[in-house]
Design a protein around this ligand. Structure first.
Ligand code: MN
Length: 499
């Protein structure tokens, strides 16, 4: 058969699966592969490749994220109904209900074009997509793998389609990957989309950043050697490597007002990453790093191990004075945290699969709990969807709450809240508890009283000074609150008390 030339890639898929699970039914995976080859027989992609190469690559991504057998089978079959010659019935008869539900879910999202359509259609489509997503997270993961491979062959499409796909990727898919904590996929999608969405800026940045990457690389090499030696002499087993900042995230950082294009203010263009076996070793490594290189005052250490980011991210970040006074960022985390940061929700899936093998129940449970937390924003959106009939309102809720840049705001007790850009103390109060919104006497940021329309920034500690008796919200707050939750709570109050 002509498609036997992909046998090597199929073997790669099986090898990947074997590397993390010993109880996959390989015959079933083989059957799905044969099924896909027949369904896509004679079809070509715009890139000139046989079509079936695409679902195979999608399945390989899913396996490299450690997903379960059902997801991998569904990945191989994800286009065989919409693009190929199969029907959902065929899939149900051959692979059962679970796989069928996933393929059907992906097919439903597949036809949803989010960009380039009228706003009402966009909103309706986004609703559909969230609805499908909320039913089974694996649908989203297959969709992300699908998008990741499609972005790699974007060159084959027309300029117009390239732009639409790239914008859609930056506005919808990369933020979803971020919200699910799949850092690796988020960065890959962003960098692939960047050059199509902003071609001039992309070219410009590639040229300009080159000497900075090179210089940082050199410094990192020197300190890496020293740190490795010291870790070894202190008997801390760790991998130490450098990680380059992705171009798109570099571009975003450069355009922040406080940086204003100044490369010398970016300390993590190349960062050193220390990956240890356990948490105590993270702190030992931190001590070793600070013994060799002094931390930079004020901006020095952020301990996201003690205080994880809301998307679950854990690491210690420290900025130190490297050789010649250059500021370098060092990131310290355990292997498990690393896996988590790169693969997020998908990593939980892997843990649950490995349950029978070596992973403790506690860890599996933690994984599932985090899954639920990560999907909370989807379920929240869907519950609003029922109340918010106006599609413009819904769109604003989606765009501003779920997919916007997030800020991490702390309560005086150290609880962390994930709020969108430009959130105010009123938004914060509502995030703590909707009731708190009716008791706001004043707000303090880092100990100082601020106006209620103050725009909060990541890392700030916010305290709501409570009044003893309820204080009605002010209608003017609607002018500055940015979260849908606060907006709704204020509106609800005024619709009940016609004042
Ligand atoms: Mn596809």
């Amino acid at each position: 058969m002509e498609t036997d030339k992909y046998q090597k890639h199929f073997e790669e898929l099986l090898a990947k699966c074997r590397s993390y699970s010993s109880n996959f039914d390989e015959e079933r995976i083989k059957k799905a592969w044969e099924f896909a080859k027949i369904a896509h027989h004679g079809q070509k992609r715009k890139s000139g490749e046989d079509f079936v190469y695409h679902p195979l690559q999608v399945a390989i991504y899913l396996a490299s994220w450690g997903l379960d057998e059902t997801a991998i089978v569904a990945g191989l079959l994800h286009d065989s109904v919409e693009d190929g010659g199969a029907t959902l019935e065929d899939i149900r008869n051959n692979f059962g209900e679970d796989v069928t539900l996933l393929v059907d879910g992906v097919t439903k999202i597949r036809t949803i074009e989010l960009r380039g359509s009228k706003e009402e259609i966009f909103v309706e489509n986004l609703r559909k997509m969230l609805l499908v997503m909320s039913k089974d997270l694996r649908v989203v993961l297959i969709k992300l793998a699908d998008r990741l491979h499609n972005m790699q062959t974007l060159w084959a499409l027309s300029k117009k389609r390239q732009l639409i796909k790239a914008q859609e990727t930056l506005e919808i898919y990369a933020p979803i990957a971020e919200r699910l904590g799949i850092g690796e996929v988020k960065s890959a999608l962003e960098d692939l989309a960047f050059k199509y969405a902003f071609p001039d800026e992309y070219k410009n940045l590639v040229q300009k950043s080159l000497p900075y990457y090179k210089n940082a690389d050199k410094i990192i090499k020197t300190i890496r050697r020293k740190i490795l030696l010291r870790l070894a002499s202190e008997k801390v087993t760790a991998q130490v490597h450098s990680r380059k900042k992705h171009l798109y995230s570099l571009w975003k950082k450069l355009s922040r007002p406080e940086i204003n294009g100044d490369f010398t203010k970016i300390y993590d263009i190349v960062a050193l990453r220390i990956i240890t076996k356990n948490i105590p070793h993270c702190y030992l490594a931190l001590g070793i790093v600070h013994g060799l290189y002094k931390p930079v005052p004020n901006i020095g250490v952020s301990d996201f191990i003690a205080q994880p980011k809301p998307n679950g991210y854990q690491s210690i970040h420290t900025k130190v004075f490297g050789p010649g006074g250059t500021i370098v960022e060092v990131q310290i985390r355990t292997e498990e945290m690393h896996e988590q940061a790169e693969h997020g929700v998908a990593a939980h899936w892997a843990y649950s699969e490995r349950k029978s093998e070596k992973v403790s129940d506690e860890k599996v449970e933690r994984g599932f709990k985090a899954d639920k937390d990560k999907l909370r924003w989807v379920t929240e959106l869907l519950s609003w969807q029922k109340e918010v009939i106006d599609s413009k309102e819904f769109l604003r809720a989606v765009k501003f709450d779920a997919l916007n840049h997030r800020n991490f705001i702390f309560s005086p007790k150290g609880d962390v809240y994930d709020l969108p850009s430009n959130a105010t103390p009123v938004d914060f109060a509502c995030a703590v508890h909707t009731k708190l919104l009716h008791y706001i006497k004043a707000a303090k940021v880092n100990g100082k009283v601020v106006p209620l329309k103050y725009k909060l920034r990541s890392g700030q500690v916010v305290e709501i000074v409570k009044s003893k008796t309820p204080r009605p919200p002010n209608r003017d707050w609607l002018d500055f609150v940015v979260t849908e939750a606060a907006r709704r709570e204020i509106r609800k109050f005024f619709s009940r008390h016609k004042v």
